[in-house]
Design a protein around this ligand. Structure first.
Ligand code: UN1
Length: 491
C-alpha cells in the first residue's frame, strides 16, 4: 500500500513493512515505508495546495466534507472490516469508529457556513472591529491505531474546513485503514495536495514534526511519544495539540442503580479490549455495595466471548500487538508483587492471537502502580472508599485527567461530583467512554496540554485569531491616547 502525495499514490523510498492481523498474527497488508525525502515531498505538496485551498470559500470546502460523509457512509462496512483485521476490535466497534468520522464530517461540513468569529464595539467613532478565525498553513498529524478513522477525522476535518492542508502520519498498526480512509477524500474530489498520507514508524513522524513548513502538530497517542513530540515542536516554536494517556474511573455509590452500573462498568472496562484512552481502568466503589458488585462483574466478565472481531459471536477482540500483550502481562506481575486479588482473568486467552482475558483485580490501593499507570488493556482495578470526598480525591489523584463517572441516584451527590471531579469529561450514570463529537474532547493534567478536540473548541487547534479594525472616519484616530480630545467631535 502506497503513500498519497499531491493527489498520487506513490511508493515511499524506505522499502516496505508489514501490518499484522492481531487475531491471527498473520500478515494483513504490505505497506510502503517513507523516508525524509517522502515527508518533504508531502509537505511541499501541502504547502503549494494551501495557496489555493485557503482561498476556496469555506462553504464550498464544507460541501466537500458533506460529500466525504456520504462516501464514508457507503463504505462504512468496507472500512470497518479493514480496521477490524488490522487492529482487532469487533466489527460493531469499527463501524462505530467510522460513524464518528461521518458525524464529524457533517458537523465540520456545517462549519463551512459558520466558522464564527465576532464583532465588538470599538473605542473610536466611525470605526469597526471584528475577530475572525484564520487558517494557518500546513498541519502535521500523528494518530494512533485504536480509533484509526475517528481520531484522525477529529483532526483532519476541522483543519480542512478552516482552510489548512494536511500531512498525516498514521500508526504503523493501522496503515491500510488510513489508506482506505484517504481514498475516500480522493474520491470526494479534494484537490491534489490538500491531504497527504505518509506511512511509516516513529522516525517518519519525527521528520514531520521537525519540518519548518509544518506550523501545527496534532498528536494522539502514548504519553512518552506525546511528550517527545511536544518537546521537539516547542523548540521550533510550533503550536501543538496533544491527547495522551488516561486512568479513568467509575465511582459507584451505595445507592447506585445496580444493573445499570454493572452493564456500564463492563462495557467501559472491557469494550475495545480496554484500549480506549477513555476506558475505565479503576472502579472506585463504596464499601456497602462492593461485594455484590464484584460478584456481578465477575459473572458478567465470564460471559464475554473472546475471538476474531470479524466473527459475529465475538464480543471482545485481541490486543493490538505483541508489545501490548507483553505490557498487559507485565502488569499481572505487578499485581502479584502488590498482592492484590485476581477475581477473574489475569492471563493470555489463546496461544495464537494477542488475546487477553477480561481481568478484575480487587484490593487495589490508590497509590499502587496498578491504580496510577495506564495499562491499556482489559484490566480493571477495584478501590474501596467510604465517603464521597474520599472517592473524589482518589479519582483526582492520578497523573491523568481524561474521563470520570459516578453512579448515584442522588442528585445532590451527582452535582457535587460534577463540581469536584477534575477531568475533561464527566459522566453521570454512564460509563467513561462514548464521548460525542459536538462537545470538546480532551483531558486535564498529563492527558494533554490544555487544548481540546471536537466541538467548537476543536477549531482552536487549527486556526489563529485575526483581529481586524476598519477605520472609515477618513482621519487619523489614535486609540488609547487622546480619547478626551475627540469627545464631542463625533460626526
Ligand atoms: C480514544 O480512545 O482515543 O469517548 C478516543 C470515546 C470515543 C473516543 C475514544 N468516542 O470513548
Amino acid at each position: 500500500m502506497k503513500n498519497y502525495i499531491n493527489g498520487q499514490w506513490v511508493e515511499g523510498h524506505g522499502g516496505t513493512f508489514v501490518s499484522l492481523n492481531p487475531a491471527t498474527e498473520e500478515p494483513f497488508a504490505e505497506i510502503t515505508l517513507s523516508t525524509s525525502e517522502d515527508v518533504d515531498a508531502a509537505v511541499e505538496a501541502a504547502k503549494v495546495a494551501y495557496k489555493t485551498w485557503r482561498l476556496m470559500p469555506a462553504p464550498r470546502r464544507g460541501e466537500l466534507l458533506f460529500k466525504l460523509a456520504r462516501i464514508l457512509t457507503e463504505r462504512k462496512d468496507e472500512l470497518a472490516r479493514i480496521a477490524t483485521q488490522e487492529m482487532g476490535k469487533i466489527l460493531d466497534e469499527t463501524r462505530g469508529d467510522v460513524q464518528e468520522a461521518i458525524d464529524m464530517a457533517y458537523y465540520m461540513g456545517g462549519e463551512g457556513r459558520r466558522l464564527f468569529g465576532y464583532t465588538a464595539p470599538v473605542e473610536m467613532p466611525n470605526k469597526f472591529g471584528m475577530a475572525i478565525r484564520d487558517s494557518v498553513g500546513v498541519v502535521g498529524l500523528i494518530t494512533p491505531w485504536n480509533f484509526p478513522v475517528a481520531v484522525p477525522s477529529w483532526k483532519i476535518l476541522p483543519a480542512l474546513v478552516a482552510g489548512n492542508t494536511i500531512v498525516w502520519k498514521p500508526s504503523e498498526d493501522a496503515p491500510a485503514t488510513a489508506a482506505a480512509f484517504v481514498k475516500c477524500f480522493e474520491d470526494a474530489g479534494f484537490p491534489a495536495g490538500v491531504i497527504n498520507l505518509i506511512q511509516g514508524h516513529g522516525q517518519v513522524g519525527e521528520v514531520l514534526v521537525k519540518n519548518p513548513h509544518v506550523r501545527i502538530i496534532s498528536f494522539t497517542g502514548s504519553t512518552t511519544t506525546g511528550l517527545h513530540v511536544y518537546t521537539m515542536a516547542a523548540a521550533l516554536g510550533k503550536k501543538v495539540t496533544l491527547e495522551m494517556g488516561g486512568k479513568n474511573a467509575i465511582i459507584v455509590m451505595d445507592d447506585a442503580n445496580f444493573d445499570l452500573a454493572v452493564e456500564a462498568i463492563t462495557w467501559s472496562a472491557y469494550g475495545t479490549t480496554g484500549q480506549r484512552c477513555t476506558a475505565t481502568s479503576r472502579l472506585i466503589v463504596q464499601k456497602g455495595i462492593k461485594p455484590r458488585l464484584i460478584d456481578a462483574l465477575v459473572e458478567k466478565a465470564k460471559t464475554i466471548r473472546i475471538g476474531d472481531g470479524l466473527l459475529p459471536e465475538t464480543t471482545m477482540g485481541p490486543l493490538v500487538n505483541q508489545k501490548a500483550l507483553d505490557k498487559v502481562s507485565g502488569y499481572m506481575q505487578v499485581a502479584a508483587e502488590e498482592k492484590v486479588t485476581v477475581c477473574v482473568g489475569g492471563k493470555r486467552a489463546r496461544e495464537k492471537g494477542y488475546f487477553f482475558e477480561p481481568t478484575l483485580l480487587d484490593g487495589v490501593k490508590p497509590n499502587m502502580r496498578l491504580a496510577q499507570e495506564e495499562i491499556f488493556g482489559p484490566v480493571l482495578s477495584v478501590i474501596e472508599f467510604e465517603t464521597l470526598e474520599e472517592a473524589i480525591e482518589i479519582n483526582n489523584g492520578v497523573p491523568f485527567g481524561l474521563s470520570s463517572s459516578i453512579f448515584t441516584e442522588n442528585v445532590n451527590v451527582a452535582f457535587r461530583a460534577i463540581r469536584d471531579l477534575t477531568t475533561g469529561i464527566v459522566y453521570i450514570n454512564h460509563g467513561t467512554t462514548g464521548a460525542e463529537i459536538q462537545f470538546p474532547f480532551g483531558g486535564t493534567r498529563g492527558t494533554g496540554n490544555g487544548m481540546r478536540e471536537a466541538g467548537q473548541a476543536g477549531l482552536d487547534s487549527f486556526t489563529e485569531w485575526k483581529s481586524v479594525y476598519v477605520d472609515y472616519s477618513g482621519r487619523l484616530q489614535r486609540a488609547q491616547i487622546d480619547t478626551d480630545a475627540i469627545l464631542g467631535k463625533i460626526e
